[in-house]
Design a protein around this ligand. Structure first.
Ligand code: AVJ
Ligand code: FE
Length: 453
C-alpha cells in the first residue's frame, strides 16, 4: 500500500469493524484508536493538564492568513486565492509558488519546537508532529513525482509508515518516522523533485497540485489540534483571531429552491460536487455563533444535567466521559465575548435544544452563507456543526485521491461548515465541507443556531 492508494470498497463493513477498516486516513484512524483508548476525548483535559498558552510570547499564530478576520469569500473573491487557487493555479510558476507558500507556513508552525517536542506522541488522539511533516512529504511525493511525473517514490520503504490508513495514530508514537535533520532534508528533497516534475510536465489540469497544496494546509490545522491537546503554543487562537461581531439575533431566510455545491470552473474538493438543486423550507439562522458567555449560562443552568436536552447517544457519551464543559476550559481563562470552541456535536445538539432551537442543516448553512441577503458573522473563527451526516451529493465522482471523501460517507460523521482561526482562507469557502465524529472536540468547533421559521 502506498500513501492515499486504497481500495475504498474493501474497507466497507459494519460497526466498530467499519471504523477500523474504513478509515485509516486522518480523523478516522483516530476514532478507531479512541475506541481502544477509552476516554481520551473526555479525559484529555485532566490527563494533560492543559498548560495555559502564553499568547503574547509563544503564540505561533503570527502568519496572517490563518488568523485573518473577514467574512467567507468565494474562492475567486480572496486576494490570497488569486495566487493559488483553481484555474488561476494553472501556470507552473503559480503552482510552485503556492506549494512554497504552504511550506513556509508549515515550517513556521514548528519553528520554535525542538526535536523532542516534534517527535513526542502527545496524545493517542493525534500523530507526533514529526509524523505529520513526513506524511506531508510522502503525500506530495506520491502524487506529484510518482503519479503525475511517473517517477519511482523517493523513499518507497517509508510509504506504509506514512500511510494514514496503514498506520493508525495510536501506533505512530513508536514508529521509526523521519526525525531531525533527516526529516527536513527529506521535505526539501521531495519539494525539489516536485518542482522539477512541474517544470518539465506542467501542472496538468491542476487537480493534483491543488490536492497536494490543500493537503499540506489541512495538516497545518491537524497539527494545531495536536498543539491544542498538548497545551503547546499555537493551539489556541491569538487575541486578534476573532473579528468583532456587532449584532445578535436571527436572519430570516425564505424557503425555495437553491443550488448547492461548488460551481465548475475552479478547484473544489470532490465532495463539494456536483452542484445540485435543494428545496428548503423557510428558516432562521443566527447572525453569529454562540459565545462562551452564552455557553456558560448553559453550563450553570444545568446544561450538562438536564436529560431532556440530550440525545440518547449524547447523554451516554457525556456520562461515560464525565463531560461538564467544553474541552480546554480547565486552567485557561475563557473570553466570554468569543465564540465557544471545542464542543462536540453532542454538546452542540443539546445546547440547541436548550435554546428551543436546532443546528442548521448543511444546506441551510450554505444557503445562508451564499445568499446576498446578509453575511453570516464570525465564520472565520470556529467550524460550525451542522445537523447533517456527511454523505456524497447525488452523482458524486471521486478525485484521483479516492480515499479523501468516500470512505467517510454515511459512516456517522457530521458535517462542519465555515472554517476556524486555524484554517487557511483558501479552504474557508461557502461550499467547503469538513467532517468529524459527533463525540470529537479536538477540532476547532463551535455552534450556530437555527430554527424553523
Ligand atoms: C477534511 C480535515 C476531515 O484531516 O481527516 C488530510 C483532511 N485528508 N489528509 C482529515 C485530510 C487526508 C481531512 N479533513
Ligand atoms: Fe493526510
Amino acid at each position: 500500500m502506498t500513501v492515499g492508494q486504497h481500495d475504498v470498497g474493501r474497507r466497507r463493513g459494519a460497526g466498530v469493524q467499519r471504523f477500523e477498516a474504513v478509515g485509516r486516513e486522518h480523523g478516522v484512524e483516530q476514532h478507531a484508536a479512541l475506541r481502544e483508548q477509552e476516554g481520551v476525548d473526555g479525559l484529555a483535559d485532566a490527563r494533560m493538564g492543559h498548560a495555559p498558552v502564553d499568547q503574547a510570547g509563544g503564540d505561533l499564530v503570527h502568519e496572517r492568513p490563518g488568523a485573518q478576520p473577514g467574512p467567507l469569500t468565494n474562492r475567486d473573491g480572496c486576494a490570497d486565492e488569486a495566487r493559488v487557487a483553481g484555474t488561476e493555479m494553472s501556470g507552473t510558476t503559480q503552482v510552485i509558488s503556492a506549494l512554497d507558500l504552504a511550506r513556509e507556513r508549515t515550517l513556521a508552525l514548528v519553528d520554535d519546537f525542538d526535536d523532542t517536542t516534534l517527535e513526542r506522541a502527545w496524545t493517542p488522539m493525534m500523530s507526533p508532529l514529526a509524523w505529520d511533516l513526513g506524511h506531508i512529504a510522502a503525500y506530495e511525493d506520491l502524487w506529484i513525482a510518482h503519479r503525475h511525473g511517473g517517477l519511482p517514490l523517493l523513499r518507497p520503504e517509508l510509504a506504509d509508515l506514512y500511510d494514514a490508513f496503514e498506520t493508525p495514530r495510536t501506533a505512530r508514537g513508536d514508529l521509526d518516522f523521519l526525525r531531525g535533520a533527516e526529516l527536513r532534508t527529506h521535505l526539501s528533497e521531495v519539494r525539489g523533485r516536485s518542482t522539477d516534475v512541474l517544470e518539465r510536465e506542467g501542472p496538468g489540469d491542476g487537480t493534483i497540485t491543488e490536492m497536494v497544496a490543500n493537503h499540506e494546509l489541512q495538516h497545518q490545522e491537524t497539527m494545531r489540534q495536536t498543539l491544542f491537546l498538548a497545551g503547546l503554543p499555537g493551539g489556541r487562537p491569538s487575541a486578534e483571531a476573532e473579528h468583532p461581531v456587532d449584532r445578535d439575533g436571527w436572519i430570516e431566510v425564505p424557503g425555495g429552491p437553491f443550488e448547492m455545491g461548488a460551481r465548475d470552473g475552479r478547484f473544489a474538493f470532490d465532495n463539494e460536487r456536483p452542484r445540485h438543486p435543494v428545496a428548503l423550507r423557510p428558516f432562521r439562522i443566527a447572525r453569529r455563533p454562540v459565545t462562551n458567555a452564552t455557553w456558560l449560562t448553559f453550563t450553570e443552568g444545568g446544561g450538562y444535567e438536564r436529560r431532556e436536552w440530550w440525545s440518547d447517544e449524547g447523554w451516554a457519551w457525556k456520562e461515560e466521559y464525565d463531560i461538564t464543559h467544553p474541552q480546554g476550559w480547565d486552567g485557561t481563562p475563557v473570553d466570554p465575548r468569543l465564540a465557544v470552541l471545542h464542543v462536540s456535536w453532542f454538546e452542540a445538539d443539546a445546547f440547541a435544544r436548550s435554546q428551543r432551537a436546532r443546528l442548521p442543516t448543511e444546506a441551510e448553512w450554505e444557503r445562508a452563507a451564499t445568499s446576498a441577503q446578509e453575511t453570516l458573522q464570525g465564520t472565520a473563527f470556529g467550524w460550525e456543526w451542522t445537523a447533517t451526516e456527511f454523505h456524497g451529493y447525488p452523482g458524486f465522482v471521486p478525485h484521483p485521491y479516492r480515499e479523501y471523501s468516500a470512505p467517510f460517507f454515511d459512516a456517522g460523521y457530521r458535517v462542519l461548515r465555515g472554517g476556524s482561526w486555524a484554517t487557511h482562507p483558501r479552504l474557508r469557502t461557502p461550499t467547503n465541507r469538513n467532517w468529524d465524529l459527533p463525540q470529537r472536540r479536538q477540532i476547532f468547533s463551535g455552534v450556530r443556531l437555527a430554527q424553523d421559521a
